[in-house]
Design a protein around this ligand. Structure first.
Ligand code: SAM
Length: 216
């Protein structure tokens, strides 16, 4: 089966199982996940599972990317902060939804992965994504505030800088926890409201407001 047909089948299945919005379905349907994974995993690119991308990291499972996009209720023209670029797939899906008038600012701590992501995104023409190498647990104050923020690695607690960098009326989706992790949706207004979506499994968020890396 060709990649396009496999991607169509995956997107249809996720749409039915998760009641995905049309915009998230269209983005999953469009972004070629097989071009974001290492050569030896291409044949598994449209299986709904995380896959290794090197440096001990993974590309998130398509259902998780879709769920996080829908929880954030992404809209055309928004400025979105992603923490944990990995190979750039989730950023590409977000970029599809927010369109050319929007901007994804994505922070990755591993320079080699940031390079791979930049190459992948550039090759596919996603010029509405900026990839930055740094400690995303501190957010990226230079381009704040953001309409939406999402974190693709699990934090010990919600990093304060991320709350500070979220616009009033903005939303954040973030996994929190160590061996047992919960995906939280945070809504910022005059105060902050948060509710839990459910249990998830992510790699750890390292850094100043994350877990301590054994190499640090
Ligand atoms: N967004 C990716 C995708 O498209 O599938 C998945 C990324 S992977 C599950 C999580 C990423 O978070 C890894 O690439 C890891 O290096 C990164 N990460 C962990 N701690 C970080 C930090 N403090 N700042 C930035 N990136 C971090």
């Amino acid at each position: 089966m060709e990649f396009d047909e496999k991607r169509y089948n995956l997107a249809r299945r996720l749409k039915e199982e998760l009641s995905l919005s049309e915009k998230v379905y269209n983005a999953i349907r469009k972004v070629p996940r097989h071009l974001f994974v290492p050569e030896r995993y291409k044949s598994e690119a449209y299986v709904d599972t995380p896959l290794p991308i090197g440096y001990g990291q993974t590309i998130s499972a398509p259902h998780m990317v879709a769920i996080m996009c829908d929880l954030l209720d992404l809209n055309e023209g928004e400025k979105v902060l992603e923490i944990g670029t990995g190979c750039g797939y989730h950023a590409a899906v977000t970029a599809e939804i927010i369109g050319k008038s929007g901007l994804v600012v994505s922070v990755e701590r591993i320079p080699e992965l940031a390079e791979i992501a930049k190459r992948n995104l550039y090759a596919l023409g996603y010029d509405n994504v900026i990839v930055i190498v740094g400690d995303g647990s501190c957010g990226y104050a230079e381009m704040a505030p953001y309409d939406k923020i999402y974190v693709t690695a699990s934090a010990p607690e919600i990093p304060k800088p991320l709350i500070d960098q979220l616009k009033s009326g903005g939303k954040m989706v973030i996994p929190v926890g160590d061996t047992y992790q919960i995906l939280y949706v945070v809504e910022k207004d005059d105060g902050m409201k948060k509710w839990s979506w459910g249990a998830v499994r992510f790699v750890p968020l390292y850094g100043k407001y994350g877990f301590r890396d054994f190499e640090e």
